[in-house]
Design a protein around this ligand. Structure first.
Ligand code: CP
Length: 365
């Protein structure tokens, strides 16, 4: 198993190996226990600085990155678009360069433009974590989804996963398509023709990904049913006749869920539109793992900060052996991971978004 990730940034799932994904999930699993302690804090990243740079609204991702950083004892600074100097005309790169001058160790960025984290990675010494870029990728969402699936199903080989809804604008769908098929799952995508173009099937090469027109065909026999948010803010572009019609033809109801395997689980990245893409009784039902996803999001983000932020410098077999208590008796004084040959960020971050209908400039979930 790798001691560290091969890249010092986490810009997307595309390009990660199955071993690297598994390593992040295994590390996250060890961090879950910390959140169950009375004192939910360990000294792993003491002395490190994390900047959360959010240019889009977020509840789950921003909060969990902040809590993750604080539970690892990092200094966490939150910068939002409304409180940053971009409102005065500063460019993203100038903002990044100015933040970089204050020597952060990690920059977590959410931005409405696909490729924004990759731009930062080119100019920053700090490790950059993509917290969602346009319609491109949302890697930590896919990792927390995978952790949730693995806890329930054990493994991914041959697992049948249906991903339903607005694929066109969904960075979650793209990251999950890469991750789940890399680990051996069979993924079926489905949604209205305007939001689920057939070209999506070519998003991954040589792995099991198909696009269905009817969501029933994707749900049938599924082990996992993942529902995406309908992006109501985009309905002025006439992707759908109406939300009511969408709910009738594409919403996940109890009746449609009966087509899946009897032990199928239901997931949604949030925020949900109850009664549109998912019925309330399904969202709150016994098969729903939506809040487990949120809990796992914290563990995954702790793992990512740990692995990229230098916490993994000396011992990755069990991070909790080095993060025993607030007193820091087991704390490592390890330095930042050495730059690897993969230091350069991915050079083609926009390809997936562009080639399968991503806007390249718009936000998505
Ligand atoms: N799933 C997700 O990214 O939610 P937020 O927009 O609340 O962060």
């Amino acid at each position: 198993m790798k001691a560290q990730l091969s890249q010092r940034h986490l810009l997307g799932i595309r390009g990660l190996s199955a071993d690297e994904i598994t390593h992040i999930l295994d590390t996250a699993e060890t961090f879950r226990e910390i959140s169950e302690r009375e004192i939910k804090k360990v000294p792993t990243l003491r002395g490190r600085t994390v900047i959360n740079l959010f240019f889009e609204p977020s509840t789950r991702t921003r909060t969990s990155f902040e809590i993750a950083g604080k539970r690892l004892s990092a200094d966490v600074i939150n910068v939002s678009s409304s409180s940053s100097s971009v409102t005065k005309g500063e460019t993203l790169l100038d903002t990044a360069r100015n933040l970089e001058a204050m020597s952060p160790d990690l920059i977590v960025i959410r931005h409405p433009s696909a490729g924004a984290p990759h731009q930062l990675a080119r100019v920053c010494r700090a490790s950059v974590v993509n917290a969602g870029d346009g319609a491109h990728e949302h890697p930590t969402q896919a990792l927390l989804d995978a952790l949730t699936i693995r806890q329930q199903k054990g493994s991914f080989e041959g697992l049948r996963v249906a991903i339903l809804g607005d694929l066109l604008h969904s960075r979650v769908a793209r990251s999950n398509a890469h991750l789940l098929t890399t680990l051996g799952a069979e993924v079926a995508l489905a949604g209205p023709g305007t939001l689920a173009p057939p070209e999506f099937a070519s998003l991954v090469e040589g792995r099991s990904l198909r696009v269905e027109r009817r969501i029933e065909d994707a749900i049938e026999g599924a082990d996992v049913v993942m529902v995406l948010r309908i992006q109501r803010e985009r309905q002025d572009k006439a992707f759908l006749p109406s939300l009511r019609e969408y709910a009738v033809h594409f919403g996940l109801t109890r009746k449609r869920l009966e087509l899946a395997k009897p032990d199928a689980i239901v997931m949604h990245p949030g925020p949900m539109n109850r009664g549109i893409e998912i019925a309330s009784d399904v969202a709150d039902g016994s098969r729903s793992l939506i809040l487990d996803q949120v809990a796992n999001g914290l563990a995954v983000r702790m793992a990512v900060l740990y692995l990229l932020g230098g916490g993994a410098g000396t011992n990755t077999s069990n991070p909790t052996t080095r993060v025993k208590d607030e007193a820091g008796t087991a704390e490592s004084q390890s330095s930042k991971p050495a730059a690897s040959s993969a230091d350069e960020p991915a050079t083609e971050p926009l390809r997936a978004a562009v080639s399968v209908g991503g806007t390249g400039t718009e936000s998505s979930k």
